[in-house]
Design a protein around this ligand. Structure first.
Ligand SMILES: [Zn+2]
Length: 172
């Protein structure tokens, strides 16, 4: 099935589409086994400001490798994204980014929605996938938790706490 759509028309007339992206076709995914599918659903609409928009939902399970024990770890994905559909790269650059809940995508009359699905999945993967508990690897890694844990972990390593900085200032 081809997933090429006229994204402007799709949004303007409020169309819906859904499909399954086979993981085996996600060539950029680094995974020990690219099995199964990701289900996606796209809904076009026009915002109150008369801007074409796209809601995209993606769900499925991706197999990754735990960077702590090097065993497989399953990542359950449940992504929801909202996009403003821009006419050009230039228009996309000019969109004020005051809303964290919306992304910008440059539309096309033959837009490859599966490529967008793949991009969003790859962007959502944790930099360092890990089991919550390597001794009980059947526990599924939760996407958001994994992300915040890896970010917090890094922040804690690299940044001294503000109190430590204060202590230093006091002692000078
Ligand atoms: Zn592990």
């Amino acid at each position: 099935m081809s997933a090429l759509i006229n994204l402007y028309e799709f949004a303007r007339s409020g169309q819906r589409a859904e499909g399954e992206l086979e993981l085996i076709r996600m060539l950029r995914l680094e995974s020990p086994k690219r099995e199964g599918v990701l289900r996606w659903q796209a809904v076009g609409f026009v915002s109150r400001q008369k801007k074409p928009q796209l809601d995209l939902e993606i769900a499925g399970i991706v197999d990754l490798v735990c960077q702590r024990c090097l065993e497989p770890v399953k990542l359950k994905l449940a992504l929801q994204r909202r996009f403003l559909v821009a006419r050009s790269e230039q228009e996309a650059d000019e969109v004020p980014m005051d809303d964290d809940h919306i992304e910008v995508v440059v539309g096309s009359e033959s837009f490859d929605i599966e490529a967008l699905v793949e991009d969003e999945v790859l962007l959502s993967l944790p930099l360092v996938p890990m089991h919550q508990d390597c001794h009980h690897p059947e526990l599924r890694l939760d996407e958001n938790k994994a992300l915040s844990e890896s970010i917090e972990g890094k922040a804690a390593e690299s940044k001294p706490s503000p109190f430590a900085v204060l202590e230093k200032l006091k002692s000078k």
